[in-house]
Design a binder for this molecule. Sequence first.
Ligand code: TMP
Length: 210
Amino acid sequence: MRGIFISIEGIEGTGKSTQATLLAKYLKEKGYGVTQTAEPGGTRISFRIRELLLSPESTDMEPMTELLLYNAARVQHIKEIVMPALLRGEVVITDRFSDSTMAYQGYGRGIGLDLIDSLDSVATGRLRPHLTILLDIDVETGLMRNRKLQKHDRLELEDISFHEKVRKGFLGMAAREQERIRLVDCSGDIEAVRRNIVGIVDAFFDALQK
Ligand code: TMP
């Protein structure tokens, strides 16, 4: 594998997709080949799974079904989008990856973390992002931002305590894996957050040259 794999993570309303797009633009302008993608999605089958997962009508979905479907969408995404781009030597920027499963299905839903880790190993073959940007904001502000955007998918409709658990999960993971997961406060404006992310990514690429 020759490319660089970067994931952007965080709770609802952290502006992940906006920042993923700005980072992709920045790296393209620097001359890198970039593939920008998102989970669950990226491929025809993963989008079908996404619709099933996020539809407010899927109220009767079991947590285990949810976990398996996120992993199923990921298998397809890695095979069709992520690995081919990495093998071409590109920078892959994904809006969400395995850390979201640990945070939402593990810390949020309460499914055993060891089980989630075992399934992740099956689904990803232990493919890990080289760098993860974790965007952080308080839950209420994040949910309010999304409401303004009229986003009402099934997980966003969970109560505040669910999202608090997810956020805590993400922050705990960042504390344990400080090398890979870099925390960025995103309560400021878009440009301030963008500069912060670009600084982290530039330092990461500089370290690779050494
Ligand atoms: P988003 O594309 O708007 O971020 O929506 C994806 C939703 O799916 C979001 O609520 C987080 C959730 N999710 C999980 O619960 N587990 C996962 O593994 C992934 C990738 C997303």
